[in-house]
Design a protein around this ligand. Structure first.
Ligand code: HEM
Length: 281
């Protein structure tokens, strides 16, 4: 193939131009698929960035779920450094996810109205990958499967995630294996239910934080989880503020009360005991 390029003047130090089929880049990245998934519903020029930002966020959700699943598996196998690497990657990814609010953060009501009606009842509330993230964080809810009854693959993946230990469940099991008094009621909990904060778990984190050098890897794990929690909280708050700017107190396309509903969601603490334990150290 390279001699054809030489004949056209391209030297061996220039990129290859000649491929029998699609390019190896395309075969790997599927850019042609990815860049033709933007099916706009209005003539408004501002709809494109709304749709693509949503798609970009879905991709980041997918990567982050992958990292947290890697971390959960590594914790189950007592491979704390492998889990730490995955969690640290997820911090940079959460930052990139949060930065992708920028193009939507200053939408005016008139701009949003230009394509809002075209969304019908569509809402991020129906994002299955976001729900997987919440499940990994311990925020389980069987009712969140209901919107996905019509999509068998998505429903099956969410149902599996509902019944699996969350990232936080794996952390607490690890702490128990490392000799910390995590109560049996927490270790044997019904995994399909939302994780409820426990005073004994708070005491375990207090102990770890009071003596950071006692089990330094577990203290570092606590801090990286706190970073995850903070960045998830920031995503929820950036979403809340963008929504308040774009639509004030109107009801959501998904049927909720809108901003007041999102305010309640943004108040939820990720890994609650990691925050409350700080008052006792
Ligand atoms: C500025 C544009 C946006 C507005 C005005 C907006 C508005 C809303 C509203 C009102 C809700 C509550 C549910 C409902 O009634 O619809 C909601 C939920 C949600 N939105 Fe957005 N949204 C925006 C952009 C996005 C983007 C780009 C994403 C990225 C995927 C997204 C993801 C979500 C998710 C995951 C929920 C569910 C949150 C939860 O369950 O706690 N939103 N949005």
């Amino acid at each position: 193939m390279s001699h054809a390029l030489d004949a056209s003047g391209a030297g061996s130090d220039t990129p290859n131009l000649d491929f029998a089929g699609t390019t190896p880049y395309e075969d790997y990245v599927q850019a042609d698929v990815l860049t033709h998934l933007q099916h706009l519903r209005s003539d408004d020029p501002g709809e494109m960035v709304f749709l693509v930002t949503t798609q970009v966020m879905e991709l980041w959700f997918t990567v982050i779920v992958h990292e947290w699943e890697t971390a959960a598996k590594a914790l189950r196998e007592d491979r704390v450094p492998v889990a730490m690497d995955a969690l640290k990657r997820s911090l940079r990814e959460l930052e990139a996810l949060n930065a992708s609010w920028r193009p939507l953060a200053q939408l005016t009501p008139a701009q949003f109205n230009s394509y809002r009606s075209a969304l019908g009842e569509g809402s991020g509330f129906q994002s299955a990958m976001y729900r997987r993230m919440e499940f990994m964080l311990g925020d389980k809810s069987a009712s969140m499967l209901v919107p996905h009854r019509g999509a068998p693959r998505v429903h099956a993946e969410l149902e599996k995630a509902l019944h699996e230990p969350s990232l936080y469940d794996e952390v607490l099991r690890l702490l128990a294996r490392r000799g910390l008094p995590v109560p049996a009621s927490v270790l044997d909990r019904d995994l399909s239910q939302r994780y409820e904060p426990s005073p004994q778990v708070e005491a375990v984190w207090t102990e770890l934080y009071a003596d950071p050098d006692g089990q330094p890897d577990l203290h570092r794990l606590g801090e990286v989880l706190t970073d995850v929690a903070e960045l998830v909280w920031r995503w929820r708050n950036d979403h809340l503020v963008a929504t308040r700017r774009a639509m004030g107190a109107k009801t959501g396309t998904g049927g909720s009360a809108g901003v007041t509903w999102l305010e309640k969601r943004a108040q939820k603490n990720v890994f609650p005991e990691l925050w409350t334990a700080r008052s006792h150290v």
